[in-house]
Design a protein around this ligand. Structure first.
Ligand code: HEC
Length: 123
């Protein structure tokens, strides 16, 4: 009888320990561990993303939707009126961007959100 109890406890312990095996951050939060959001800045993060994904349609005279995203000042004004995050998050009330193609990946959107949350620094 005592032996059975000991075995049962040993078995339960083993099962519990095994459950902990999967408690790695990578397994639980794959996005977080793959998305490096340290050192998000205007010049190294925001400008390159928008240049590659948006500026083709949003620059200079005759920019699409009359939205220019080709300079710091223009980008900040799109942030301040809510349109930039609204459009890239595909929120209702805004035209989903980038137009006619896939939504930006979660990590890219998160980086832009972090820059906005930091107060859109010109760094
Ligand atoms: C293929 C061209 C194209 C690309 C690429 C593009 N846009 Fe647009 N964008 C447009 C057009 C056209 C409009 C005008 C509204 C409409 O027709 O949907 C617009 C409108 C907008 C608006 C105003 C939305 C509103 O509802 O007032 C914002 C903000 C915007 N774009 C941001 C972006 C951002 C940020 C990117 C890159 C992630 C981007 N766009 C990529 C064509 C584009």
């Amino acid at each position: 009888m005592k032996r059975t109890i000991t075995l049962t406890i040993a078995f339960i312990t083993l099962v519990l320990m095994n459950a902990c095996y999967y408690d790695s951050e990578e397994a639980l939060y794959p996005q977080n561990s793959l998305c490096d959001t340290t050192n998000v800045s205007y010049s190294t993060t925001v400008f390159p993303i928008l240049s590659a994904q948006c500026v083709g349609c949003h620059s200079g005279f005759g920019a699409n939707g009359n939205v220019q995203l080709d300079s710091y000042e223009n980008i900040v004004s799109a942030v301040n009126n809510g349109s930039l995050l609204g459009a890239i998050r595909h929120e209702s009330g805004w035209s989903p961007m980038p137009k006619n193609t896939n939504q930006l990946d979660d990590c890219t959107i998160r980086k832009l959100e972090i820059w906005v949350a930091n107060g859109t620094p010109n760094n």
